[in-house]
Design a protein around this ligand. Structure first.
Ligand code: WTA
Length: 679
């Protein structure tokens, strides 16, 4: 097992002579040499807390004191809160910092503008390498205010939902913050989603305003964002206006609903009165896939979310003032929300908005960006790491990465090979690698190796330790908490924390059923986890019918819905299978309608086309296998467990097939899989 250590803050200040004797000094001072209060000022008042593990225990056993101190210290309030929390997980009631009022955009902008107006807030790493744009806090506040005024003038009111369909760019961030400033909620939709997927989200959110760009540019290719919005809006009667920003110089056809953002903004004032929002007012909706039903609009609220994003950003990554934080996730996902936008900006940090891809113009893009922008913390996805390691070390070594201090990973389990390459090659063996586990639902990182004693070990490929205020538990299928250290089962969280989602937009009952009822009194994550004898957590993957393709969630039911709309298809079953780059790929078992004959290649093209039109490219099946029937239980439920094994070519461990309606059918499916030979 590879162990990794890093000097803690006080010892980094030691003279070279003293550093020689560091192991000895550590013995003498013990772990206590890391003064927690020096690193986390709000911990100074906590009695009997002198190291990170004691602080973690305190944050769970006296979570109200912990979160009250953090909220007072980290956020600027226009009215103080009178209750720290009022939660009942059994009923899905989650309230933090009741009575408090604040404005998120003020917390992310104004308070930093007062202290350091010329500090860079955003570095927009545009698709074209070397053409980065820096935006200071003062500039970002100005743009946000102009946009806020524009939205207000055009009728957007407190409580409205504004849909934002844009790639990572300053205008997108300013749009998010402008919504926050005037009390509207935003609903960012990943700009890779199709017109139909966008329309579904606009309709569910009941947005009357959409913000987009004329075109997108990614990996050297231009995408027609405005045209996609036009197509979406046709089936969205709620939409009254579309604000169009110009990413490229190419004009687009404008309709009566369209507003040229840059032009109209010019006449707006650079000051915009922020609305004092209640802690529990909605900050944003973000749609994500579940195992059943259409994507759900998870609801995040103001104070708790912002506090949790800020605190995790600072402590999981060891972010210090002046650092450049490089989260390469798209703002269309929760990672982009919490760690490209809200966490860093709440901390007055400098954050990178990455518009490109890991391979454009070549596989050195990430590391050339690290060198040019002097990035200190780099946060990316295992799928990209796996892809890049195949291109060889020279693409990394070419560039100076000496600014890097922490390397983060998110979105899916990181396999040991990728972890070690990330640590050894990208981080030159000297950076902390943090595997961070969390979800759209959790708002921010819940399990990761840091914060902890900076000299504590980091085990490759493990998220390891709960963040402050997080109490993970592992459950058996009957809902019993497994108390032995070394165990595995369903991962739940035993008490509420400020960053967690509060509801599903317009369907609180679904929220309660999905997250609160499976294990009453606990937050149900849907993931499986193993706990080691040391008490460290390793996330093993989803326990439900959600697949994770390149770190993007997609419900099998959503893809089946589309495949089943094909005229030739009677029914289908979608499962995930392990893919060495994407983590998981999509495998489709398809039953044709009686008497229908198709050319398999044609069908495959047609289905892929349908899925990419109705959902997004990443959800397309890699393999389509025609089968006579699907394996079903006698009550008619598809045996996905069996199909997953078949897709993985694990033909021996199929388990008990006696409950199947037609056991012989499985043999035929296996034969079909063997014949296809695909892996
Ligand atoms: C998976 C992304 C293993 C997990 C922030 C979770 C992970 C889902 C990890 C959430 C990790 C995320 N190790 N699995 N470090 N991080 N996952 O909502 O299955 O897009 O439930 O949020 O990704 O995906 P989401």
């Amino acid at each position: 097992m590879l162990l990794q250590t890093r000097g803690c803050a006080p010892t980094r200040l030691l003279s070279p002579f003293a550093r020689l004797f560091r192991p000895y000094l550590l013995q003498v001072w013990g772990r206590r040499s890391c003064n927690v209060a020096a690193i986390m000022p709000e911990a100074a008042g906590f009695q009997g807390v002198s190291d990170f593990s004691e602080l973690q225990e305190f944050s769970v056993s006296d979570s109200e004191s912990f979160w009250a101190a953090a909220a007072r210290h980290r956020l600027s309030w226009t009215r103080p809160f009178h209750a720290v929390q009022d939660c009942d997980l059994r009923r899905g009631k989650i309230k933090w910092f009741d009575g408090g009022k604040l404005n998120v955009s003020v917390n992310c902008l104004d308070r930093h503008v007062h202290v350091c107006p010329e500090r860079v807030a955003l570095i927009w790493e545009k698709d074209e390498p070397g053409s980065e744009v820096k935006v200071t806090y003062r500039q970002l506040l100005e743009t946000t205010c102009r946009l806020g005024n524009l939205l207000r003038r055009r009728g957007v009111r407190r409580g409205d939902v504004v849909t934002i369909y844009m790639p990572p760019c300053p205008m997108a961030v300013a749009s998010m913050l402008a919504c926050a400033r005037i009390g509207a909620a935003h609903n960012v939709v990943f700009a890779g989603f199709s017109a139909e997927a966008l329309a579904d989200r606009i309709r569910d959110a009941q947005s009357s305003t959409v913000v987009t760009a004329n075109q997108g540019v990614r990996g050297g290719k231009v995408t027609e964002l405005k045209k996609t919005v036009d197509a979406a809006v046709r089936s969205c009667p709620s939409v009254q206006q579309v604000l169009v920003a110009m990413r490229t110089d190419n004009p687009v056809a404008m309709t009566a609903k369209d507003v040229a953002v840059e032009e109209e903004m010019l006449s707006e004032d650079v000051a915009c009165e922020p609305v004092a929002m209640e802690s529990e007012d909605v900050l944003f909706l973000l749609y994500t896939s579940g195992s059943t039903g259409p994507p759900k609009g998870l609801v995040h609220t103001q104070a708790g979310y912002l506090l949790y994003a800020a605190l995790t950003h600072r402590y999981v990554f060891g972010y210090h003032d002046g650092d450049v934080f490089g989260c390469v996730a798209d703002i269309g996902w929760i990672t982009g929300h919490s760690y490209a936008v809200y966490g860093p900006l709440a901390n007055g940090g400098t954050t990178v908005l990455f518009e490109s891809t890991p391979l454009y113009p070549d596989p050195g893009r990430y590391w050339e960006t690290v060198q040019r922008l002097k990035i200190n913390q780099f946060y990316g996805a295992p799928t990209a790491i796996r892809l890049l390691l195949k291109y060889g070390d020279h693409w990394v070594r070419k560039y100076d990465r000496s600014t890097l201090k922490t390397l983060g990973s998110v979105g899916e389990p990181i396999n040991t090979e990728a972890w070690e390459w990330y640590h050894r090659v990208v981080g030159d063996g000297r950076c902390a690698v943090v595997d961070t586990w969390w979800q759209t639902e959790t708002g921010g990182i819940c399990i990761s190796p840091r914060p902890s004693d900076p000299d504590a070990e980091i085990v490759p490929g493990m998220a390891m330790r709960p963040f402050f205020g997080i109490e993970p538990v592992i459950m058996d299928p009957e809902g019993k908490v497994l108390t032995s250290k070394e165990t595995s089962g369903a991962l739940c969280i035993a008490q509420p924390w400020p960053g967690m989602a509060r509801s599903i937009h317009r369907d609180h009952q679904r929220f309660v059923e999905t997250y609160c009822q499976p294990y009453p009194g606990y937050f149900h994550t849907g993931d499986g986890a193993r706990r080691s004898k040391e008490g460290y957590y390793k996330i093993t993957g989803r326990l439900d019918d959600v697949i994770n393709v390149s770190g993007h969630r997609i419900g099998t039911a959503e893809i089946e819905d589309v495949v089943n709309q094909c005229g030739a298809v009677a029914e289908s079953a979608i499962v995930g299978y392990s893919h060495d780059i994407k983590g998981e790929g999509v495998y489709a078992f398809v039953v044709l309608k009686k008497g229908v004959e198709v050319d398999e290649a044609d069908l495959s093209r047609q289905l892929k086309d349908m899925v990419s039109k109705k959902i997004a490219k990443y959800a397309c099946p890699d393999f389509i296998q025609l089968v006579q029937v699907l394996p079903k239980t006698r009550s008619g439920k598809i045996m996905r467990r069996v199909l997953r094994k078949v897709a993985e070519q694990e033909f021996n461990g199929l388990g008990d097939l006696s409950t199947l309606d037609d056991p012989a059918a499985v043999q035929k499916i296996i034969q079909g899989r063997r014949d296809s030979g695909a892996k």
